[in-house]
Design a protein around this ligand. Structure first.
Ligand code: NAP
Length: 239
């Protein structure tokens, strides 16, 4: 697909992987709606995009709040009149053994990583079904192929995303809407220092590699699509 002048929402655009994806999309001429909670960090992303004359708007959004998600899609439609691409990237992690894990932390993870993705997909589909086109890429995790101690609820949220994404894929393909999953291994962001404090930074995946994977998927010809990509650290064990 030629990405020039397409419209994308990227959640979690204030730092890490979401910032890289936003910048890479904007460099291709995509108009990017930057969503996350921290306005100042979103402004940093926007300043980078503006420096190469890319187009973006900021919509501060807490993805755990349904009304804020609805507002995000309303503003996007009002500003640009359409939505071509949704990247569900916002995510959070809290470590802890399941036996002691609080229901507050359970809700915190699930409300962002799973319910947020579900509501964002619903809102995007309402626009995309009427357009009869659109792409949704959900950022999962290598945790769906492996299992790590003290990340049980995070793992459950990412397994949930797999179920939702694969179901939507079948429900909406006939409208010309395509969905996909990218499962990154450990990438060099703030999240990984909480999730895997045991890992040295030098072998981590650069967030730009995940952004390049997004571009690879979106820039395929109209006759091809990739449902799922697992991008692992080269030094990690092959699964
Ligand atoms: N880094 C890794 O190794 C790795 C591996 C596998 C999968 N992933 C996945 O990749 C995605 C991005 O993670 P990252 O590594 O880039 O982490 P990060 O650097 O910590 O960034 C997380 C992003 O999510 C946003 N976010 C968190 N809670 C939010 C909320 N309630 N509402 C809106 N935005 C929220 C943050 O923005 P605000 O704080 O400003 O709201 C931030 O922009 C996540 O889904 C994560 O699970 C990461």
């Amino acid at each position: 697909m030629d990405l020039n002048n397409k419209v994308a929402i990227v959640t979690g655009a204030s730092k890490g992987i979401g910032r890289s994806i936003s910048i890479f999309l904007a460099k291709q001429g995509v108009k990017v709606v930057l969503a996350a909670r921290t306005k100042e960090k979103l402004e940093e992303t926007q300043n980078i995009i503006t420096s190469f004359k890319g187009t973006s708007i900021i919509v501060p959004t807490d993805i755990s709040k349904d009304n804020e998600i609805i507002n995000l899609f309303k503003i996007t439609k009002k500003e640009f009149g359409r939505l071509d691409i949704l990247i569900n990237n916002a995510g959070t992690v809290v470590r802890g053994k399941l036996v002691d894990f609080s229901t507050n932390d359970y809700d915190k993870i699930m409300n962002v990583n799973l319910k947020g993705v579900f509501i964002c997909c619903q809102q995007a589909l309402k626009i995309m079904i009427s357009q009869k086109s659109g792409f949704i890429i959900n950022i999962g995790s290598n945790i769906v192929f492996k299992n790590y101690p003290e990340q049980g609820v995070y793992a459950a949220s990412k397994h949930g995303i797999v179920g939702i994404t694969k179901t939507i894929a079948n429900e909406v393909q006939h409208y010309g809407i395509h969905t996909a999953l990218i499962h990154p291994g450990a990438a060099d962001t703030e999240l990984i220092s909480q999730a895997r404090p045991d890992l040295g930074r030098s072998a981590l995946i650069p967030p730009d590699d995940i952004a390049k994977t997004v571009l690879y998927m979106l820039q395929l010809s109209d006759n091809s699509w990739v449902d799922e990509i697992y991008l692992r650290r080269r030094t990690a064990k092959p699964s």
